[in-house]
Structure formats: C-alpha cells, structure tokens
Design a protein around this ligand. Structure first.
Ligand code: FES
Length: 148
C-alpha cells in the first residue's frame, strides 16, 4: 500500500522538532481528520534561503512522511523555490501515496505556506503566489496529546 520511501520517512522522520526563535512558524489543521501540523523555518534575511526547517505533527503516518519529505525539500532553497514544493511535488518525491491519503500531504504544504506567511508578515514583504493561510491555528488551541 505504501512505497518504501513513505515507510522510511514514517519510521525515521527527518527534521522533527522545533526551532527556537524561528523566523516563521505555521500551524495548520486538516479539516477532514482533525490532525495538526506545525512547521518552523529559519530563513536568512539577506538571501531568503531556508537554513533550517523542522516540524511537529499530531497526525497519521502519511502526514508524518510527507512533512518529513517536505522539510528535506525546502531546506537550502530560497523562499521562491520553496513555494514550488507543492503537495504533488512531495508525493512524487515519496513515490506516491494511496488516493485516500492524498489529503494528508496537503498539511505539509499548507504548514510551509503558513510559516512563510508568518515570515512575510513579520518582515513586511510580499511573497509571490502566497495567500493568507486558511486554517491557521493559534497558540494554545491545539491538541496536547502525543506529538511526533
Ligand atoms: Fe489526518 Fe492523514 S488522516 S493527516
């Protein structure tokens, strides 16, 4: 059902954790299942290169695997390049997901966009193609059950 890459990223997720004083933080929830994801970005203010990216999720295996892959894909990229890391690109990098799990991959894309939005707001810049996140969840509202 799942590709080897999905299983690998699920069992050994990369870049799990938080970044202290992150340049941008995005928290989103998946309306279909109630799962939650938070992405932390450390962005160089001069070059706009993403120097570090970490995630925490309370979500299913596919959400963990797609987030893990998404953090690897955006690392070292500029903000503009990171905008091209869509859920489709993440799924391709993972050799696909079962159709019922495609919505899970949206969580990572939306969380990255929310973190970029946070960065853009703090720095008063406009990021081409980026719109205000729909499902941003504010501090203290999320579930406190076990997190990855
Ligand atoms: Fe919720 Fe996958 S079932 S993100």
């Amino acid at each position: 059902m799942y590709s080897e890459k999905v299983m690998d990223h699920f069992q050994h997720p990369r870049n799990v954790g938080e970044i202290e004083n992150a340049s941008g933080v995005g928290t989103v929830g998946n309306a279909k299942c109630g799962d939650i994801m938070r992405i932390f970005l450390d962005i160089d203010d001069e070059t706009h290169i993403i120097k570090d990216c970490k995630f925490k999720t309370f979500g299913c295996g596919a959400a963990v695997a797609t987030s893990s892959m998404a953090t690897e894909l955006v690392m070292g990229k500029t903000i503009e390049e990171a905008m091209e890391v869509t859920n489709k690109a993440v799924m391709e990098a993972l050799d696909g997901l079962p159709p019922v799990k495609i919505h899970c991959s949206l969580l990572a894309e939306e969380a990255i966009h929310a973190a970029l939005w946070d960065y853009a707001e703090k720095h008063h810049i406009k990021i081409e193609g980026l719109s205000k996140p729909k499902s941003d969840i504010h501090e203290g509202e999320e579930d406190t059950e076990e997190e990855y």
